[in-house]
Design a protein around this ligand. Sequence first.
Ligand code: HEM
Length: 209
Amino acid sequence: MSGPCERPLALRLREAVKDAHAEVQREPFLVRLFRSEISRASYGRYLSLLHPVYLELEAGLARHCGHPALSSLQVPWVWRQKRLEADLAHLHAVPAEPGSLGLSRRIAEVAHTAPHLLAAHFYVRYFGDLSGGQMLSDIVGPALGLTAEHGLSFYCFECPGSTDDAKASFKALINGLPLTDAEAQAILDEAAQAFRLHHEVFERLEVIG
Ligand code: HEM
């Protein structure tokens, strides 16, 4: 277990991914997305590549709902898979195969071998969606003629309060996870690796447009 003097895990996660987060924001695809310089088809391909990530993450979280390090992270309103599918249908895009992406393969692997590491992927994806994702939604909606009901449901969270409240409550949950020091360190490493694995998503979008 983490000792009482241990710095909160959510804070350590933030520090662990700080540089990687700054780097991912420079991905050319994301830069163009934030400048409204992509087509609906390209946005559909982006969501298509995200689908296997959430498929594996949410299947893993559900499968391990009784795991001590994951039981407090069972928050159905945060799950994105069904919303992604609704948006993909609206955009006439199809989900990518789960085995076709290093990030989704990695999530499937840790779900089998070290389920507590799913907490790192929970952090990376959902905090991203609750942060930059909300900014992205404000830009993509008007640029591509999408609304919360039609094509943008991925960014809609039916959380009890604001998205900032949701992030604060998730941070409290993460800080309260019953982890050994080694497990906490492995989660920090896994979050950094998750950011690295995101590069493949954006590189593929650069290739296919
Ligand atoms: C251009 C793209 C992006 C922008 C503009 C952006 C913006 C932001 C902003 C404004 C925050 C809130 C920072 C704060 O609370 O002080 C944030 C947090 C976060 N973002 Fe992003 N983001 C982007 C891409 C991503 C991507 C692709 C991921 C995942 C791979 C991601 C993961 C995260 C995470 C995990 C946090 C939480 C940091 C914390 O612990 O407080 N972001 N982002």
